[in-house]
Design a protein around this ligand. Structure first.
Ligand SMILES: [Zn+2]
Ligand SMILES: [Zn+2]
Length: 135
C-alpha cells in the first residue's frame, strides 16, 4: 500500500510502500516514555521502501536492553516522531510512526507486543465521558 506522511510542522515529508498487515501496537516503556502516551502504533516496512521527499529527521540513539543500538528519527523542528530503525542487520527494517501517516485512518493494528507493561486502565477508556470536540 502506497502511503504519504509528514511531521506536524511539515518540514519533513515522505512516501512509502507498506504492508497494511504489518501494523502493530507496542506497549513497551520506551514507547511510553518517547511518546508521552500509553502505547504507540507503528507500520513496519523495509528501509528501501521509504523515500524522504522533504527535510531530514534528527536521529536519537540509545542502546537497548538487548545491547543493540536503537534509533529514533523525529523532526528537529516540531519533535514529531517519524521512524525507528536499528543498526547492522537491524537497519534493513524500519518502523513508520502511525500518527505521521496521512492514510492512518485505514491502517488498523493487527497485533500488540510488550503487553506486560500495558497500562491496566486501557480497556476501561470506552466507558469514560466522551466529547467529539475539546470539552
Ligand atoms: Zn516538523
Ligand atoms: Zn515500544
Amino acid at each position: 500500500m502506497f502511503v504519504t506522511g509528514r511531521c506536524h510542522c511539515e518540514a519533513i515529508t515522505y512516501e512509502a510502500e507498506i504492508d497494511p498487515e504489518a501494523v502493530g501496537i507496542c506497549h513497551c516503556t520506551d514507547c511510553q516514555r518517547l511518546t508521552g502516551s500509553p502505547f504507540r502504533v507503528t507500520a513496519i516496512t523495509a528501509a528501501d521502501a521509504i523515500r524522504l521527499t522533504a527535510g531530514q529527521p534528527k536521529r536519537y540513539r540509545k542502546v537497548g536492553d538487548n545491547g543493540r543500538g536503537r534509533l529514533q528519527l523525529f523532526c528537529p523542528e516540531c519533535g514529531a516522531p517519524l521512524f525507528t530503525t536499528g543498526e547492522g542487520p537491524d537497519a534493513a527494517t524500519w518502523g513508520i510512526r502511525w500518527g505521521s501517516i496521512d492514510q492512518r485512518a485505514s491502517l488498523t493494528p493487527k497485533g500488540q507486543i510488550w503487553c506486560r507493561s500495558a497500562v491496566d486502565w486501557l480497556p476501561a477508556i470506552g466507558g469514560l465521558p466522551a466529547s467529539d470536540g475539546d470539552a
